[in-house]
Every structure is written in structure tokens, then in C-alpha cells.
Write a protein that binds this ligand. Structure first.
Ligand code: UD1
Length: 430
């Protein structure tokens, strides 16, 4: 298993480039199920979750062509022949987003068999809202041997109200409704930029979706979709991770190829903490002139502060003067990084959905473990400012969603290296 060895103390200086958004690329790949024609996606990040989704689609009969060389981040997907509308447990258990194929499979093939995701490191994460929504569109759902089976002759437009805001739920049902007969109105939808990006792709494929990015989405079903070409939006979570790393290390970092409009709540909060930030077009420049002031933060659905940035913000809070109360409103049990940060010298007390961080405490390098994707990013950030060497174990979590993070950070001055990799990553993943 790979590890990172990180020596703290270097400011991050220079320009770091943001990859395409994993969370926009995953539903976009699933959308290719909806047509027999090729879908060409650009700016696809080279991360492990994308590889998992590729394997999932290939197991159903899709042809997936990965770009090489200059077209490295382009992927062409063609679902001309789909033979096996099933998402097996082996794939779903490593990536819950595999459930994104449920809606498109029922819409295109009239049936789907998808493993239930089971528990997840950051909470229960059920899929009841996906199921309820599909039923509202006329699908019959049964559950057997840990699998959900859904079937329908043709889905019929209907009304869906989400009791709770769900990102992949909104995306899954949007993909189901585009080929349904008649109109679907979905209310209390997720407004995340990844939902809007998926709607933009689907509309290029011939769908008729209005209102994506707002709580109410209206979809007029069509009989058929066609191929399209689409560029995935930049990864706002990767961008935010670099902004915090730049600030905390006292660097002068240009985070390039991002979309500052998607980072609003985060940048505002960092400015309240005293971080010097300037946005310009598609880049954010961060100058880390401390000291930083403690600020309370609560995660919310977009446009609120993203839960996927909570762990990284906690790393910053350990270095801010005063008490920061961090409230996690989206997932239960998403504070696994707190104990690891404490092992590095942080003063954090977790009380239910709140973490109380007292700063500033010096951090010192230690052997720590990644527990999930974003927790890992917070430990990398902490290690970059810790005294001495940190050994970060289980970095496969970070590889799920960050493209070669160690190479990117090294290019702007970080002392970070990967150990234990026996084969090149692309070969190992296939
Ligand atoms: C997506 C993101 C993830 C991010 C999360 C919240 C992808 C691939 N992943 O995950 O990075 O952290 O949004 O911004 O885009 N819920 C239910 N029933 C359901 C579905 C969800 O109760 O059927 C609950 C969940 O347990 C959670 C909340 O709703 O408490 C939000 O989850 P959701 O938005 O669905 O997260 P994901 O789409 O899985």
C-alpha cells in the first residue's frame, strides 16, 4: 500500500493547475448509458474513482476509449450495445457513486440491478430517495440478496419532492426523467454546480431540462438522445484544498484553471479568517500572510460551505488564533480526521456534529492514517506545516479523487514523495 512521506515547513509558491471535477465526471460518464451514440468527455480527471466507473461501464458492455498524450484527459464512451444492466457489489462497495447508473439503466434498458452500497466510512448514506423517485416515475422496485432491481416498460413523467437534498439523487433521477414519457417536476433539488454541468451535457444530447442549479428542475421527456461532446467543469474541491494549503504554508500560490464562482462560500470564510485572496478570471491567488483568526463554520448544501471542504478547513482552524466551532450538517461521522490531527498536536474536541478547535497549536510530524478521501487531504495540509516528517498511510483514499496530488504539490515547493508503489498507477488500476 502506498504511503506519502511529507516534510513540513516549505511555503507553496508558484502556479498549481486544477483538474476536472470528479463529481461532475462520474454522472457525465453514467449519462453515456442514455444513448447509442458516442459521448466525448473532456477534462476527465485521472483518478481512481473514474477508473472504477470505467470498469463498471465496460462490465455492462460499453466501449470506453481513454485519451493518451495530449488527449490524456479525454474519454470517449459508447453504449451502443449494453448487455448486462448490473452494478455488482465489488464495484459499488468501493464507490457509492456507482448508484448513478440506476436511473439511466432503467430509462434506456427498462431494467437495472444495482447493489446496495451498504455502510460508508462517513455515515450511513442510504439511497432511499433514489428509489422513491424512480417509483414516482413508474418503476417497479424490488430488493433481493443485497441488490435493488428496478424495471419499467417506459418511465412516465411525475412529481418528485426530495425530503432531503441529495446531489447524486438529483442527478440519478434527472437522468431517468430525460427519456420518460411526459413532464417531470423535481423539487428541493441539489443546486451544486455538478448538477448544472450534468444538465448541460444532457441538453447537448437532446434532453429538455430547465432549472438545473435551482431547487426546481423541469424535464420534458424525449424519445431518444444522441451523442455529444462536453468539457467537465473544474474541481472546486481540489481547488479549495490548494487554496487552504497555500494559505497555511505562508505561500504565494496561484490556483489556476478553476472556477472562482463555485468557491464563493469557502473564499468568503477564508477571508473572514484573514487569508489574503484575489480572484482573477479562472484563477485564485492566495497569499498566506498569517496570523489567521478563528471562525466558526457550518457545512451546508451549495451555495453553502461544502462538506467536502470541512476536513481541510479544520486543518486551517488548528493554526488560527482562538476557538473555531465546526458543525457538520450533511453527514454524520465525518470527523475521522480530527483524531489524526490531534495526534499531530491539534487541540480538537468532538461533540456530536460539532468539533471545537482551539488554536493555534504547533503541529508535529507523525505516522497518521487516511480514513476517507477528504480526511486524507486535511492530513496532507497539516503535514505541510508540521515540524518534521509525517508518514501518511492508506493514500489510496486520496488517489480516489485527487490527480497525482504529490506531483502537483511538489511542483510548487512541497517536500512530499510517494513510497511503496510497485507499478505505474494506470497499469495497476486496470
Ligand atoms: C455527493 C458527492 C460527495 C459530497 C456529497 C454532499 C458525488 C459523487 N459525491 O455525494 O462528494 O460529499 O454529495 O455534498 O457527487 N441521503 C439520504 N437518502 C438518499 C440519498 C442521500 O438520506 O437517498 C442523505 C445522505 O445520507 C446525506 C445527505 O442525504 O446525509 C446528502 O447526501 P448526498 O447529497 O446524496 O451525497 P452523495 O450524492 O452521495
Amino acid at each position: 500500500m502506498d504511503k506519502f512521506v511529507i516534510r513540513g515547513g516549505n511555503p507553496l509558491v508558484g502556479t498549481i493547475r486544477v483538474s476536472g471535477a470528479k463529481n461532475a465526471a462520474l454522472p457525465a460518464m453514467a449519462a453515456s448509458i442514455l444513448t447509442e451514440e458516442p459521448v466525448i468527455l473532456e477534462n476527465i480527471p485521472d483518478v481512481r474513482d473514474i477508473e472504477t466507473e470505467r470498469r463498471l461501464l465496460v462490465s455492462m458492455g460499453a466501449e470506453v476509449e481513454l485519451g493518451y498524450g495530449r488527449a490524456h484527459h479525454r474519454t470517449t464512451l459508447c453504449c451502443r450495445k449494453l448487455v448486462n444492466p448490473e452494478a455488482a457489489y465489488e464495484l459499488v462497495k468501493t464507490m457509492r457513486a456507482s448508484t448513478l447508473v440506476l436511473g439511466p439503466l432503467v430509462a434506456r434498458m427498462g431494467r437495472a440491478r444495482v447493489s446496495l452500497p451498504g455502510g460508508c466510512a462517513i455515515g450511513a448514506r442510504p439511497i432511499d430517495l433514489h428509489i422513491k423517485g424512480l417509483e414516482a416515475l413508474g418503476a417497479r422496485i424490488t430488493q433481493d440478496h443485497g441488490y435493488i432491481e428496478a424495471s419499467a416498460e417506459r418511465l412516465k413523467g411525475g412529481s418528485i419532492f426530495f425530503d432531503k437534498i441529495t446531489v447524486t439523487g438529483t442527478e440519478d433521477l434527472m437522468m431517468a426523467a430525460v427519456l420518460a414519457e411526459g413532464e417531470t417536476v423535481m423539487e428541493n433539488c441539489a443546486c451544486e454546480p455538478e448538477v448544472s454541468d450534468l444538465a448541460a451535457l444532457l441538453n447537448k444530447m437532446g434532453a429538455r431540462i430547465q432549472g438545473a442549479g435551482t431547487p426546481t428542475i423541469r424535464i420534458q421527456g424525449v424519445d431518444k438522445l444522441h451523442g455529444a461532446r462536453h468539457r467537465i467543469i473544474p474541481d472546486r474541491i481540489e481547488a479549495g484544498t490548494f487554496v487552504i494549503a497555500g494559505a497555511l504554508t505562508g505561500g504565494d500560490l496561484m490556483v489556476a484553471h478553476c472556477e472562482p464562482a463555485h468557491l464563493g462560500a469557502l473564499l468568503e470564510k477564508l477571508q473572514q479568517c484573514g487569508v489574503n485572496i484575489r480572484t482573477n478570471g479562472d484563477s485564485v491567488r492566495v497569499i498566506g500572510e498569517g496570523p489567521f483568526a478563528a471562525c466558526d463554520m457550518a457545512t451546508q448544501e451549495f451555495p453553502g460551505f461544502p462538506t467536502d471542504m470541512q476536513a481541510q478547513y479544520m486543518a486551517l482552524a488548528t493554526q488560527a488564533e482562538g476557538i473555531s466551532i465546526i458543525t457538520e450538517n450533511i453527514f454524520e461521522n465525518r470527523f475521522m480526521h480530527a483524531q489524526e490531527l490531534v495526534r499531530m498536536g491539534a487541540n480538537i474536541r468532538v461533540e456530536g456534529p460539532r468539533a471545537i478547535v482551539r488554536g493555534k497549536t504547533p503541529l508535529s510530524g507523525a505516522a497518521v492514517q487516511c480514513s476517507d478521501l477528504r480526511a486524507s487531504a486535511s492530513l496532507v495540509i497539516a503535514a505541510l506545516v508540521a515540524d518534521g516528517e509525517t508518514i501518511l498511510d492508506r493514500v489510496y483514499h486520496i488517489d480516489r479523487g485527487y490527480e497525482r496530488i504529490e506531483e502537483k504539490l511538489r511542483s510548487v515547493g512541497a517536500q512530499i514523495r510517494r513510497i511503496g508503489e510497485m507499478f505505474p498507477r494506470r497499469a495497476a488500476a486496470s
